[in-house]
Design a protein around this ligand. Structure first.
Ligand SMILES: [Zn+2]
Length: 149
């Protein structure tokens, strides 16, 4: 297994690292992104934890490739804001459309480059458990909704 570090939107103010983890033999490609919205931090922790376990060789990729972008929107994350505009609303919505933000355009190009079989965009959903009356701890709500696919 090999891990290499790269830069998305290199040379721009949106530059952010991404990691390519290659297994020892060919296989499917999976891409995981987190931190599209800077006020959602649980998914960033989950992506960083996954990367850390791979870097420490606790988890292994046997076949294929995993691409992790742990903090897509560094500027919004540093300010803990969703961002203006919300990056999640700037991706193209039709095949011949262009992304309306340099960072979403760069992420789309990266996705096109690797053409993953699976693309998992991690987010955080506050309040997903609000309907459960016995569930009152806000921190538990955040922790339990950390990975929503
Ligand atoms: Zn989100």
């Amino acid at each position: 297994m090999q891990i290499s570090t790269h830069q998305l939107a290199k040379g721009t103010k949106f530059e952010t690292p991404y990691y390519i983890i290659k297994g020892n033999s060919v296989g499917n490609t999976v891409m995981i992104t987190a931190g599209v919205q800077g006020d959602e931090t649980a998914n960033i922790l989950a992506a960083k934890k996954l990367l850390d376990l791979l870097q420490k060789d606790i988890l292994h990729i046997e076949n294929g490739m995993l691409i992790i972008v742990p903090i897509v929107n560094q500027i919004a994350y540093k300010r803990r804001i969703r961002d203006i505009p919300d990056l999640n609303r700037t991706f193209l919505r039709k095949p011949n459309q262009a992304a309306s933000h340099p960072l979403s355009a760069a992420l789309f190009q990266l996705t096109k480059q690797f053409n993953p079989e699976w693309y998992i965009d991690l987010h955080e959903a506050r309040g997903i458990f609000r309907s459960v009356s016995s569930f009152t701890s806000t921190s538990k709500q955040h922790a339990m909704s950390a990975i929503q696919i």
